[in-house]
Design a binder for this molecule. Structure first.
Ligand SMILES: [Zn+2]
Length: 304
């Protein structure tokens, strides 16, 4: 039995495409809309990577074709991928990625190999169910796995407690738990730092307050509340989603320590308390014990 059930992602709608974009972004690709919108393949998109040269970086554009046939358990056939070469030319893409929830059929794979051998395309890759599983099982893809595969999340621990109770990260405006939203929806939370303006030319920056908000309206409301008619400026926006990988979390701690270790930054007591709370809350995820195996009975879920 497979660890991931790809039918958890609905066959209809754009969810499979969103999953593909999140997945490739996590792999380091830059996602772009194709320059030409194909009416037959409206969900095609481009994933761009930078190939290093001696003096410069060269973009390599992949045309990504998403096919989600997990419900029928059938391989992706040539008839599912019409006009590959045309689509590549129109998208000015160098290579083709088939992003499939099942497998590729041998004739389609043969056709792609032929295109490559005849130098009609530079390269192709098939990301199928098996290779997806290999990535999704790793720590760096855990957030994506939890978000798109709720049943998987039920049997694998998302977070572990640092204190007696779960520490939420609430939007200061609408009180939504943005930490929970990280694993269940596409809602983005931002951490915003407020710096006190100085009349003098002092070099020291005073971080007077910090807030967490939903990106967009809630952020704008809080910015107005804190900054209009006051001596505060919003100076840094960090997405919560950018802080939940272990290296990013460590970077955050190190840069924070460096900041407070110099004369250039001063935190007010309340700002410092909020920064420390955020560190603790995020540690529930970034410092959780790895649980690669299914647990029976299912562990007590923090998010139910
Ligand atoms: Zn909000």
């Amino acid at each position: 039995m497979n660890l991931f059930d790809f039918t958890e992602i609905p066959a209809e709608g754009e969810r499979w495409v969103r999953f593909a974009k999140d997945f490739l972004q996590q792999l380091g690709f830059h996602i772009e809309a194709p320059p030409y919108r194909d009416t037959e393949n409206v969900f095609d998109f481009c994933a761009v990577e930078q190939i290093p040269g001696k003096f410069n970086y060269h973009p390599f554009r992949w045309l990504v074709s998403c096919r989600h046939k997990a419900a029928t358990r059938t391989a992706v056939k040539e008839s599912d991928e019409i006009d590959i070469l045309e689509r590549l030319l129109r998208s000015r893409a160098d290579g083709f990625i088939g992003f499939y929830s099942t497998t590729v059929s041998p004739p389609l794979e043969f056709y792609l190999t032929e295109l490559k051998n005849k130098f009609l395309i530079k390269d192709y890759r098939i990301i199928d169910a098996k290779s997806l599983e290999t990535y999704l099982e790793t720590h760096s893809f855990a957030r994506i796995a939890f978000r798109y595969f709720p049943n998987y999340a039920q049997t694998h621990q998302v977070l572990h407690f640092i204190e007696d109770d779960y520490l939420p990260i609430l939007c200061e405006h609408c009180r939504k738990d943005l930490f929970k939203a990280l694993f269940t929806e596409d809602q983005e939370g931002v951490v915003v730092r407020l710096r006190r303006r100085k009349d003098t030319h002092e070099e020291t920056a005073v971080i007077a307050n910090i807030y967490v908000a939903c990106k967009g309206n809630c952020d704008a409301e809080l910015q107005a509340k804190y900054c209009n008619g006051t001596d505060l400026n919003a100076v840094s926006w960090t997405y919560l989603s950018d802080l939940v990988s272990s290296p990013a979390f460590l970077d955050w701690i190190l840069s924070f320590l460096r900041k407070i270790g110099t004369d250039e930054f001063i935190y007010t007591t309340s700002a410092l308390e909020k920064e420390l709370y955020l560190l603790k809350a995020l540690a529930q995820y970034t410092l959780r014990e790895p649980t690669d195996k299914k647990l029976t009975p299912p562990p007590k879920m923090i998010f139910s």
